[in-house]
Design a protein around this ligand. Structure first.
Ligand code: S3P
Length: 176
């Protein structure tokens, strides 16, 4: 596969799978710009995602994601886009770009998070990762929806972000 819709790559997958790290690695290796849906919402709302959930509720956050997706569909080109783990609810992600589902098991995701020195803050900033039983049910519930929206599925377990970036760069023959 060597062509990209809108020249965007959309990195989709569950919380903590490594979308942001991979986006940064792809930027480093290709020079392309990268944006992250949570970062954009936080700067527009001048509030952290956890605060938005607490003060305005999840439904409000989902509306922010929906608005952002409209802008992405119209105005973003040539960009690596990492999206929050629930962003796929906006629908038609393929209108934004080529959607890569970063697939991993729940346990591998937890192992990845726990491997960081700041694991506690990585967990704390994610309101939907507070209750592990609920989070595990959520990944199982979302998996079919991720598959439905994906153009490409990549298994991430056991791979570093630099190896994953290499895989994507080769897949799309992206310039280095
Ligand atoms: C969410 C994932 C988070 C963030 C919010 C909700 C989700 O992003 O958008 O906490 O519903 O899965 P990350 O996937 O980057 O953690």
């Amino acid at each position: 596969m060597s062509s990209l819709k809108n020249n965007n790559i959309v990195l989709m997958g569950f919380m903590g799978v490594g979308k942001g790290s991979l986006a940064r690695e792809l930027t480093k290796q290709t020079g392309r710009m990268a944006i992250d849906s949570d970062d954009l919402i936080e700067s527009m709302q001048n509030m952290k995602v956890s605060k938005i959930f607490e003060k305005e509720g999840e439904a409000y956050f989902r509306k922010c994601e929906k608005n952002l997706s409209k802008w992405m569909k119209k105005s973003v080109e040539n960009t690596i886009i990492s999206i929050g783990g629930g962003f796929h609810h906006v629908g038609n992600l393929q209108k934004i770009g080529h959607v890569i589902y970063l697939e991993s098991s729940f346990n591998a995701i937890l192992d990845r998070i726990n491997s960081f020195d700041n694991a506690k803050s990585k967990l704390k900033k994610r309101p939907l990762l507070q209750n592990m039983a609920k989070a595990k049910a959520l990944i199982n519930e979302r998996h079919p929806a991720y598959i439905e929206q994906a153009d490409t599925v990549i298994q991430t377990a056991g791979k570093t972000s630099s190896e994953l970036a290499e895989e994507i760069i080769n897949m799309f023959k992206l310039n280095k």
